[in-house]
Design a protein around this ligand. Structure first.
Ligand SMILES: Cc1cc2nc3c(=O)[nH]c(=O)nc-3n(C[C@H](O)[C@H](O)[C@H](O)COP(=O)(O)O)c2cc1C
Length: 132
């Protein structure tokens, strides 16, 4: 028997409303790209701006590669790339750069959003890491 929570969330727009509240108010940065492997950004929350300095409205249509630079570990990115190609998930850390060029350690997960077997988008949950 579905719980009261499941009934609410399955009803009309309940699930979407919950997701919006969670994403908008998450302490972690949330970044969503379209389904292609070379994914373009379709959503970023306020915590993404706080973490990276990038204004969400200005990076829609770009790729998360804007966060990378000379000290970004290419082995970590290759591992992420493999996860994207195989429809799997990724967790790791690497040096990324804020919009003003200052480096920081990005610690993040990337997961496919699936409807049935079809990947419709990718979501990343990101925070600043302390050690590499
Ligand atoms: C949802 C999502 C979030 C990503 N977030 C980051 C990130 O925070 N930092 C980063 O260095 N790369 C991130 N990437 C990886 C790049 O967008 C890109 O997939 C990666 O560089 C591999 O492609 P390339 O080999 O063509 O560079 C993310 C990718 C996806 C799909």
């Amino acid at each position: 028997m579905p719980s009261k929570f499941e009934k609410l969330m399955n009803g009309a727009d309940g699930g979407l409303a919950l997701l919006q509240v969670l994403a908008e108010n998450s302490f972690d940065s949330v970044l969503i790209t379209d389904a292609s492997v070379a994914g373009k950004i379709i959503y970023a929350n306020k915590s993404f701006k706080k973490l990276t300095g990038h204004d969400p409205s200005k990076i829609i249509g770009k790729t998360p590669r804007i966060l990378q630079g000379p000290a970004t570990d290419s082995n970590v990115i290759a591992r992420l790339s493999d996860a994207l190609k195989s429809g799997g998930k990724f967790e790791g850390k690497a040096i990324n750069y804020r919009s003003d060029g200052t480096p920081f350690i990005m610690y993040w997960r990337v997961l496919p959003i699936k409807v049935g077997k079809k990947i419709i988008a990718w979501v990343a949950i990101q925070r600043e890491g302390s050690v590499i």
